[in-house]
Write a protein that binds this ligand. Structure first.
Ligand SMILES: [Zn+2]
Length: 411
């Protein structure tokens, strides 16, 4: 987060300076007060006052002494990793995953609840919230900052409502309200793709990267865009529907109703469809031995596995689809000039094979002077991105508004 110390009303100025200092310590720590003053442009007295308060509230601590250029070694400051804990929840298509983590996203508790879609969303969530509350009651010495919740489907993040979760059949479920009522801590809610993006930004490859684009390739393709360290949400929170940009005007019909969307050309669903088509034309594949005539049981994992084993049919389908992904990424590079594009999804198991296809299209189709400034990479977080992102939902809010801690935790 690169902010500037700004003048203004005292409380606003103090809040912004506190956030600025806290983020500087997070990014550069262990760091001396003198260095913090140099980076932030704040006076040594202001840094001393604000860091004293941050220490008092257990957000940072004095660590080992650093190197000295002569004279006494300076006291170094760093984030107090275990000063507080954060609840992270991911509401997926079949399970609710729960963790309690420290500031490093190291888990001290984790749990999993199967979602029964025959039961109303409100009741399922109440059960999950009660489980977390039990843990909190048994671990009263652990100070909880808040809960971050990533939800699959369409989410109204401000009110924390799951507007529509297609795989669960949930509509207008007040996620934030339910958890806040049971847990009694601040709750922050967002959709799964934006949550994963935040996970990349705090704990993944996009750490300290101001402009990047995240793409999740699963049965659909989701995306989100970070500009100047901020998630770009768009006018009605709809930004990032990269999966529904048209790649092939005569392409197959997409679930959104359009034809030839990136999702219809390069998602796991597209890979399965294309593979079945090729198979029906008589192409040979080891997957035939695995499923016999039961082609409907073919999964994306089978196709990736076969491709890894050198199955030529599987490999050619995956490569073809990866090229379409490359076309989509080339368009993103030309539109946003990001310094990084992170791709997450099972397709990453094919590593270089897929990345080479993507890179080839990017070289062919994006502007020469733009393509070299964008690093394209697979996520290192993989499936952990959602829960880490849920934890980051709370952390990003806290580091932006440290006064949330001051007002809710007595010292
Ligand atoms: Zn579409």
């Amino acid at each position: 987060m690169r902010r500037q110390a700004v003048p203004g009303s005292f409380s606003l100025m103090k809040k912004m300076n506190t956030s600025f200092i806290l983020n500087t310590i997070r990014e550069k720590g262990p760091i001396s007060r003198a260095e913090v003053a140099k980076i932030t442009g704040l006076t040594p007295a202001t840094v001393t006052n604000i860091t004293a308060e941050l220490i008092k509230y257990h957000l940072i601590l004095e660590a080992e002494r650093g190197e000295s250029s002569g004279g006494r070694k300076p006291v170094m400051l760093r984030i107090n990793t275990n000063g507080y804990y954060v609840i992270g929840v991911y509401i997926g298509s079949t399970y609710i995953d729960i963790v309690v983590s420290n500031f490093n996203s190291d888990n001290i508790y984790s749990d999993k609840i199967r979602i029964d879609t025959r039961i109303a969303g409100e009741i399922v969530l109440k059960k999950a919230a009660e489980k977390i509350k039990d843990w909190m009651d048994n671990n009263k010495d652990k100070k909880i900052l808040g809960a971050g919740i990533g939800v699959h489907g369409l989410v109204q993040s401000k009110e924390g409502i799951s507007l529509y979760a297609p795989n669960l059949g949930w509509e207008k479920v007040p996620v934030k309200e339910i958890f806040q009522k049971h847990l009694g801590v601040p709750v922050f809610v967002d959709n799964d793709v934006r949550t994963m993006t935040l996970g990349e930004s705090w704990f993944g490859l996009a750490k300290n990267v101001s402009n990047f684009i995240f793409l999740y390739v699963g049965y659909g393709i989701g995306g989100s865009i970070v500009i100047d360290n901020q998630l770009y949400r768009g006018t009605t929170e709809g930004a990032g529907e990269i999966g529904h940009t048209t790649i092939e005007i005569d392409g197959p019909r997409c679930s959104c109703g359009n034809y030839g969307c990136l999702q219809a050309m390069a998602s796991e669903t597209a890979i399965i469809e294309r593979f079945k088509e090729v198979l029906s034309k008589g192409e040979k594949s080891i997957i035939r031995d695995w499923v016999g005539d039961n082609v409907d049981s073919i999964t994306p994992e089978m196709i990736f596995d076969a491709a890894l084993k050198g199955d030529r049919t599987a490999l050619s389908v995956v490569k073809e689809k990866a090229s379409y992904l490359g076309v989509g990424i080339a368009n993103l590079i030309n539109t946003f000039n990001p310094s990084m594009v992170i791709v997450n999804g099972n397709i990453a198991v094919l590593g270089k094979t897929v990345m080479d296809c993507i890179q080839e299209e990017v070289r062919r189709r994006s502007m020469k002077y733009l393509q070299n400034s964008t690093k394209i990479t697979f996520s290192h977080l993989g499936e952990d991105a959602t829960l880490k992102g849920a934890v980051a939902l709370v952390l990003s809010e806290t580091f932006e508004n440290p006064d949330l801690v001051y007002s809710s935790h007595k010292v």
